[in-house]
Ligand binder design. Structure first.
Ligand SMILES: [Zn+2]
Length: 412
């Protein structure tokens, strides 16, 4: 009876608290929608979140107050549109950034990356990568810290991309085959120490470079909207793969899935550093192209750049053409095997593989179709990666993730 006597205050309290909780719970999903370009207006945000206009408005205002997005209440000419034009939403141009770092066979690159995968500034160093991971990670973090000083941006955290499988949960670089680093180097811990030593805020993360490229392309590039996205790419050396399922990287039980570089595509091929022979890693990477075309790789620029330039600039040379076709056929054979096993709804290619696709898309698609069970029936779209520095953008995604999960908690 007493429970029925005055239900209103309790009822009202619950309702307003629920609205507040729902608003806070919607901040992360709302930020992710703006971050990935899927909510260009407040009306779309309202519909995507499935909340009331008032809640969506409050959520957008809160994200703007946190300095993460911009709400433009004065939309430009909405010619032809019906009804009242909605407020436009975009990521804040001058908002916080993540420090992204990438180490590859020819040196390193540091970048500041804002929401929306926007690269604000980058710096790179070309050097023989020191056998001590702490030295090169110290250099790349110092370059990033310098960019932060120059731009005066707030840093939400740091992410590192490495050309190696990274074992979880410890963050060990298991096979940095093209760097002189010791196998099993605790790269995440070393990177985190360098970030702390530089006096930077926020957590530090590390992952495989092709995994990060795939994550970035899924959120901002050629992988948008795909549910089972397969990414295969060359770095400066070697070949890597990644799978993004329902928006999440599939990393296997301990971070080591999709080691596609060691699929054998040429039984009589050259010996691979993994102990096998004819792996994609040594049959379809930049060095393999240069060798097949009879070119001596020079030291003046990265192998990837030299191989790209050769295909783009000298495709009329019969030797270059034959070498390119040989690599396309071997890549196609590897992709066909992956299509049979993984049944992706889209394949995206990066690094030199993107250049191979662009050189002769029909040939590559035909090899994949001819050599795969499912390729023949439906055909899997094969597209080029579209982002510049996708591994760096992906490294930044790691650092942005806590903010995307809980903007208020991460930035408070
Ligand atoms: Zn191998």
């Amino acid at each position: 009876m007493s429970g029925k006597a005055d239900p209103r205050p309790a009822g009202e309290g619950t309702t307003s608290r629920t609205r507040l909780d729902r608003g806070r719970g919607a901040l992360g999903p709302a930020l992710e929608l703006v971050h990935t370009g899927r909510a260009p207006t407040r009306a779309v945000l309202t519909a995507e979140l499935g909340v009331t206009r008032a809640t969506a408005g409050a959520v957008a205002a809160e994200l703007e107050a946190l300095g993460l997005i911009r709400v433009d209440a004065r939309p430009g000419a909405a010619a032809g549109s019906q009804g009242r034009p909605s407020h436009r939403l975009s990521v804040a141009e001058d908002g916080p950034v993540a420090l992204a770092a990438q180490v590859h066979a020819d040196g390193f690159r540091a970048a500041l990356v804002g929401l929306g995968g926007r690269i604000v500034a980058t710096a790179h160093g070309r050097e023989v990568v020191d056998p001590d991971p702490a030295k090169v990670l110290g250099s790349v973090v110092a370059a990033g810290a310098e960019l932060l000083r120059e731009t005066g941006r707030r840093c939400v955290g740091a992410g590192l991309a490495v050309p190696s499988a990274v074992a979880e949960p410890e963050g060990l670089a298991l096979n940095p085959l093209h760097l002189a680093w010791p196998a099993g180097a605790p790269v995440r811990e070393i990177f985190a120490e360098q970030v702390r030593a530089a006096g930077l805020d926020g957590p530090a993360f590390a992952a495989n470079d092709v995994n990060l490229a795939a994550l970035a392309e899924h959120r901002h590039g050629a992988g948008r909207g795909s549910r089972d996205l397969l990414c295969v790419a060359t770095g400066h050396r070697g070949v890597g793969g990644a799978l993004v399922l329902d928006g999440r990287l599939h990393t296997g039980s301990s971070g080591l899935a999709l080691e596609v570089g060691h699929l054998a595509v040429n039984p009589d091929g050259r010996p691979c550093h993994c102990g096998s022979r004819g792996c994609l890693d040594v049959e379809a990477d930049p060095l393999a192209l240069l060798t097949a075309a009879g070119r001596d790789p020079g030291p003046e620029m990265s192998l990837l750049r030299q191989a790209d330039d050769l295909i783009r600039g000298q495709y009329d040379d019969p030797r270059v053409r034959t070498a390119t076709e040989q690599l396309i056929d071997r890549l196609g054979l590897g992709l066909a095997g992956l299509v049979n096993i993984l049944n992706p709804d889209r394949i995206i290619l990066g690094g030199l593989h993107r250049t191979l696709l662009e050189a002769d898309p029909d040939r590559l698609r035909a090899v994949v179709a001819d050599r795969s069970l499912w390729g023949r029936s439906g055909g899997v779209p094969i597209l080029a990666c579209t982002l510049d520095h996708n591994s760096l953008v992906g490294a930044a995604e790691l650092a942005w993730q806590p903010v995307l999960d809980d903007p208020l908690g991460a930035l408070a």
